[in-house]
Structure formats: C-alpha cells, structure tokens
Design a protein around this ligand. Structure first.
Ligand SMILES: [Zn+2]
Length: 270
C-alpha cells in the first residue's frame, strides 16, 4: 500500500511534468474506483491549468484556478508520466492528458480516487477532518502531549488515527515507536512530555529517511513501465517477527493491536 513517503515521492516525481501545464484531456477507462469518477469529469477539468501540486495526508491535490483535482492512490495505485498514445494495460484506469504527455493511474485494486472539487480543497469532506501533517510545523511535542491527555488508547493506535496526525500508517508507526523506545501498547494518555518529544522526532526522522531512500532508489517516473511506485526498505521491526533486534539482538515480537500487526522489541521498547 502506498504510504505517505510513496505519495510524497510521487508528488515530487510528477511535479515537473504537471506544474503550469493545462489539462487537455482525460481518459477514464474504468470509473469504478473507491468512489465513481464523475461522469462529467472531462468537462470539469479540461482547460484547467495546474497551479500547484500539493500533498495532504495521502491525497494529491492538483490545484487549478477553478478548483482541485483530488487523487488518492488507494491500496495499490501508482502514477507515472507516459506518452498519451502508449497502449494501456488492464489496470490503467485513468489518463490525465497534458498535450504531449500524460499521467497514467494504474490501480489494480481500484481503491483509488479521482475527484474534482470546486473551490477550497481543504474543505472537501474527505480532507476537512484530517489531522496535522507529521512533517509539518504543527506536529510538535506540545501538540502530541496535548492531544493524548485523557486518552486511554494504545499510543500506536493513536498515532495511526488520521484525525490526529495524517499519513502515519502501520509500517511507520511500528518503526517510529521502535526508534523512540516506546511500547506500541503504552497508554497514550500516560506519555510524558519527554516521550512525546522523542516520538515526534522519531516519526519525522522515519518519514524523512523513507522519502530519501525512496527518492534515491525509485526508478524514473517517466516512460517506465511503472509496475509500482513503491520501493523496498530495510525496517528495524516491521515484518521482522522472531528475527533478532538490530540494536539488542533479542527476537522481535508481533501482536495484533486494533487488527493490525504490531512489531516491537520487548527489551528496547519498555
Ligand atoms: Zn532490541
């Protein structure tokens, strides 16, 4: 599943090809994504010029004068820059054409989204209730300390709550908690301010490192066959059950918390 780093790398990868460009066409071969692509999408977007390409959580926002095209990659989506005439394969559901080049959405599981929103995209129902950006200035120790008070929930579940902070999925929640030395089941409401500070720092470092790793290892966004925009990473705890901890050598454990697998080192994460 594309996580925040993949979406941010996608944004950076495609930005030079869409910024300032005018949308000249849109081809929708299969509109049945998580929400149906609007039937009149062509009328809404053709002629719009992309002023900014932003990321909010895992949403990509193609900001134009008349509104924004909102794209989400869902569970399996990827975007790449192609020649508009190149033949689509089975899961290439949408092409966004910019004259001599196009952006192609491949989404085998069809949980992605392609929507148009008039006006301020931050007020769109999908975006209005999102929490702070983990790499933004609002995500601080004070913020985390404040929002965790009185919360009798495991800190990992809180970290994955997009209404509080966006885009920290299961992988990065596991990795950040390991880095901060905090047990995934620790009660959020009991985290000291110091531990909140360590966790905020760990989340930011983990995401920045992932973006850097992806940016350097990912194949070009242009004319690649674009099987996926995802990259391989080396994790400390995620998906490493029973393997030795990279710090202390003890076996990594796994438990189910809130229906997600939580990996941790019982010795490093007290
Ligand atoms: Zn350890």
């Amino acid at each position: 599943m594309p996580e925040l780093p993949e979406v941010e790398i996608t944004r950076r990868g495609i930005e030079p090809f869409v910024l300032g460009k005018t949308i000249t066409g849109i081809a929708v071969r299969n509109p049945n994504l998580r929400q149906r692509v609007p039937r009149n999408i062509a009328r809404l977007v053709v002629g719009q010029q992309v002023r900014r390409l932003l990321r909010r959580g895992k949403y990509l926002l193609f900001e134009c004068d008349g509104g924004s095209l909102i794209v989400h990659l869902g569970m399996s989506g990827s975007l790449r820059v192609i020649e508009p005439r190149s033949a689509p394969s089975k899961h290439d559901h949408v092409d966004l054409v910019f004259g001599g080049s196009a952006l192609r959405l491949r989404d085998p599981r069809r949980f992605g989204l392609v929507l148009w929103n008039r006006g301020d995209s931050t007020r769109h129902p999908l975006l209005a209730r999102l929490g702070v950006e983990p790499l933004g200035e609002e995500f601080t120790a004070d913020f985390l300390h404040r929002v965790t008070r009185g919360r009798d929930v495991g800190v990992k579940q809180l970290l994955m709550n997009a209404g509080i902070v966006v885009g920290v999925g299961n992988i990065y929640a596991n990795e950040s908690l390991f880095k901060a030395g905090i047990h995934p089941r620790a009660r959020a409401g009991r985290l000291s301010r110091e531990r909140c500070a360590r966790l905020v720092q760990a989340v930011k470092e983990t995401l920045v490192a992932a973006i850097a790793a992806g940016g350097s290892s990912l194949r070009d966004f242009v004319h690649s066959d674009g099987a996926s925009g995802y990259f391989q990473q080396h994790y400390c705890v995620y998906d490493r059950a029973t393997l030795p901890c990279k710090v202390c050598g003890r076996a990594i454990r796994v438990v189910r918390l809130g229906q997600r697998s939580s990996y941790y080192c019982a010795s490093c994460q007290s």
